[in-house]
Design a protein around this ligand. Structure first.
Ligand SMILES: CC(C)(COP(=O)(O)OP(=O)(O)OC[C@H]1O[C@@H](n2cnc3c(N)ncnc32)[C@H](O)[C@@H]1OP(=O)(O)O)[C@@H](O)C(=O)NCCC(=O)NCCS
Length: 138
């Protein structure tokens, strides 16, 4: 159906070569009772991939404040190479938001499995929000 979930998943797969923030092979220890990969494992890698993206924006201490619009489009199967692609979508006063697209290699096909928006807040040593200080890239 046009505009449906399959369409959305199709759009997530870029034809341009991209470097993932993280690429992992998921193992039987990461499975749920159905034998597919547990969603919480994917979420934890989304958190790590988002943090890696923020580390290119600021060197400050960060904490995760929210993970929103998580959509699990398709299951991840044991042994697949799973790639986490990131794009910084917003730099606020104290927060940075990253969109994460997750793709799994199934045979010779790339399958869009999950996407999410994750927001991090820059904090001081007491855990209080502080303004984002951008890294100056030469
Ligand atoms: C993150 C934390 C420091 C924010 O403190 P706070 O006093 O609520 O901060 P504020 O209300 O001033 O919000 C700070 C920023 O977070 C953003 N924010 C707060 N709640 C949010 C939410 N639910 N979704 C998206 N952004 C949110 C605000 O918009 C603000 O961004 P901006 O400054 O760029 O506009 C505090 O909530 C915290 O310590 N949370 C626990 C973090 C943690 O332990 N994470 C690991 C989870 S295991």
């Amino acid at each position: 159906m046009p505009g449906g979930r399959a369409d959305k998943a199709e759009k997530m797969i870029s034809s341009e070569p991209r470097d993932p923030a993280i690429r992992v092979i998921l193992l039987p220890r990461d499975t749920n009772k159905h034998g597919t990969i547990f969603g919480g494992v994917i979420l934890s890698y989304i958190d790590l991939a988002g943090a890696a993206a923020v580390s290119r924006v600021t060197a400050q201490r960060i904490v995760t404040v929210a993970i929103k619009e998580v959509v699990f489009h398709a299951p991840v199967l044991v042994g697949e190479a799973v790639s986490f692609y990131t794009e910084v979508t917003r730099v606020g006063n104290t927060s940075v938001t990253v969109h994460v697209d997750v793709e799994s290699m199934r045979g010779d096909k790339r399958v869009a499995v999950t996407e999410a928006d994750i927001t991090f807040v820059c904090v001081d040593k007491d855990g209080k929000p502080v303004p984002v200080e951008l890294i100056k890239h030469n």
